[in-house]
Design a protein around this ligand. Structure first.
Ligand SMILES: C[S@@+](CC[C@H](N)C(=O)[O-])C[C@H]1O[C@@H](n2cnc3c(N)ncnc32)[C@H](O)[C@@H]1O
Length: 258
């Protein structure tokens, strides 16, 4: 299944909106009026809409038509203009040096070839501009979910190497050879649900990646075991008080192009 079809399944935004603060922080920190901003793998558009609200000229690109439709509706509701483009992030349909800020929140980490993706981000960023990339750290609950799922997937091993975007050391390898100066820091976003049941339902029934995982694992008869291990993983990383709070660490990498 191609990325656009996969990510149009379910309801990514139901849970994705709960960590949108990580994206809007990037817009708040770096999007200023009249800056040309590209949100790569924009999904429902949290970063793009926040950057447009800050006065930037924004383009949001994603492969999933359903998410772009939602993003467009959200921009309209917020009264901001964003150009939405359905395309593959690994071959960005823009000339060299086209943007002042090239950002990707939990998106470009899904590229099959990280070095080629980083080169593409750098290509469309103007000299002196910034590239900002967010990826869940491997130790975080969200970072640990991928390897957990992979251990139940027949013939697993061909998935995107998302972990390469998730550590300060490996991100330097990903950008090695490109004319950029890197600054990487681990940050945390608190993802809050009413309870663990709601978290599980939104992830396993709404998250496109998990809908795909479930569809593959269910015929093997091992879904109940994977579901219960996922539940334990979330419970171990989270706090169940009046609500269920999952603090999730992510690496924020900001590359300045020479
Ligand atoms: C985890 S979501 C992140 C969405 C959004 N940036 C956010 O922070 O909520 C991953 C996004 O990557 C997009 N994506 C995955 N592979 C892609 C590709 N090859 N080209 C364009 N978009 C892609 C998906 O459609 C999805 O919107």
């Amino acid at each position: 299944m191609d990325a656009g079809t996969l990510w149009s399944l379910g309801d990514y935004a139901a849970a994705g909106d709960r960590w949108a603060e990580a994206s809007t922080r990037i817009a708040e920190a770096y999007a200023t009026p009249d800056l040309a901003v590209l949100d790569v793998a924009c999904g429902p558009g949290s970063l793009a809409v926040a950057a447009a609200a800050a006065g930037a000229e924004v383009t949001g690109l994603d492969a999933a038509p359903a998410l772009l439709e939602l993003a467009r509706a959200r921009a309209d509701a917020a009264g901001v203009g964003v150009e939405w483009i359905e395309a593959d992030m690994t071959a960005l349909p823009f000339p060299d040096d086209a943007f002042d800020l090239v950002a990707s929140a939990f998106g470009c980490m899904f590229a099959p070839e990280p070095e080629a993706m980083a080169a593409e981000l750098a290509r469309v960023c103007r000299p002196g501009g910034r590239i900002a990339v967010l990826a869940w750290t491997s130790e975080s609950a969200f970072g640990a979910m991928g390897p957990l799922a992979a251990s139940y997937l027949p013939g697993a091993g061909g998935g995107a190497p998302v972990h390469r975007w998730a550590r300060a050391e490996s991100i330097r390898e990903v950008f090695a050879g490109l004319p950029v100066e890197l600054d990487a820091a681990v940050r945390t976003v608190d993802v809050v649900w009413s309870d663990l049941d709601q978290a599980m339902a939104e992830i396993t029934e709404g998250n496109p990646a998990w809908i795909g995982i479930r569809a593959t694992v269910e015929p093997t008869g091992r879904w109940p075991e994977l579901e219960s291990r996922l539940r334990r993983l979330l419970a171990d990383h989270g706090r169940a008080e009046d609500r269920f709070t999952l603090p999730v660490d992510y690496l924020e990498t900001v590359a300045t192009k020479a």
